[in-house]
Design a protein around this ligand. Structure first.
Ligand code: DGL
Length: 267
């Protein structure tokens, strides 16, 4: 079982930031990545729609013999984690990108005021608030939906003046006033981490969930005795809708261009 791949999925190619962090921390693990580009963005979709997509994707990842399925999308983690865990049952372990971040802030920021930015689905689900409440560590969480950011990044607008204006407009929202750290609760946002850090002039810790999640996957696999000892095969990257521009953009998110295979979900 150890040499079986780690399955990772996202609404599109943003989750490649998490896949990239995982390949860095766990170079022996083979990755099977699925980006549901036919249905992106998930951030504006209903919970029921995201659950239906997630179940289909898990069928594919189980067929690919994945030992673990990581939901590398905050919107899908918020909408579908519990359902997917039940659906997958004993066929694979299921992880999400929310719980490791919650554990991290619980350890590092008890009693502090933390901000969060993410899609409408993630923020409106209230899942982070619920889990912070369950922690019982007196953290005050202030969340603001920033729906333009993922689309902006996918269109290549980052590290420029357009993105700076959009980022400044969102971060100056009163809802984030007084935060001491900010959770980037969307797998696209590591790409604008530096711009966000600059906005706060070093006064707010910017928490890059992709690194927190990669560390969590590493300790989880070790704990479960599931860590691969050597790379069993090439990584594979599937998308439900293929365009050349998706393939080109993988360079932005994965730090190198990868070959995307088209795998339609609904046939
Ligand atoms: N990657 C998704 C997330 O982490 C955001 C993009 C989308 O809306 O599909 O929530």
């Amino acid at each position: 079982m150890k040499e079986q791949p780690v399955g990772i999925f996202d609404s599109g190619i943003g989750g490649l930031t998490v896949a990239q962090a995982i390949t860095k921390v766990l170079p022996e693990e083979q990755i099977i990545y699925f980006g549901d580009t036919a249905h992106l963005p998930y951030g504006d979709k209903s919970t029921a729609a995201i659950q239906a997509y997630a179940v289909k994707i898990c069928d594919l990842l189980i067929r690919q013999r994945c030992k673990v399925i990581l939901i590398a999308c905050n919107s899908a983690s918020a909408a579908a984690y519990e359902l997917v865990k039940e659906y997958v049952g004993s066929k694979a372990k299921v992880l999400n990108v929310i719980d490791p971040t919650i554990a991290y802030i619980g350890q590092n920021y008890p009693g502090r005021t933390i901000g969060l930015i993410g899609t409408k689905q993630t923020v409106n689900s209230g899942v982070y608030e619920r889990k912070v409440e369950e922690l019982g560590s007196d953290i005050v969480l202030k969340s603001v939906a920033t729906p333009l950011l993922a689309a902006m990044i996918e269109e290549g607008f980052f590290n420029d003046s357009i993105s700076e204006s959009v980022i400044n407009a969102y971060l100056s929202d009163e809802g984030l006033h007084g935060v001491e750290a900010l959770i980037l609760a969307c797998t696209h946002y590591p790409l604008i981490k530096n711009q966000i850090a600059r906005y706060f002039e070093g006064k707010v810790d910017v928490l890059d969930a992709s690194q927190i999640v990669a560390e969590h996957v590493r300790s989880y696999l070790a704990q479960q005795g599931l860590a691969a000892e050597q790379l069993a095969g090439d990584h594979k990257f599937y998308v439900s809708d293929y365009t050349y521009s998706f393939e080109e953009s993988t360079r932005i998110f994965f730090k190198r261009q990868v070959h995307l295979e088209h795998f339609p979900l609904w046939e």
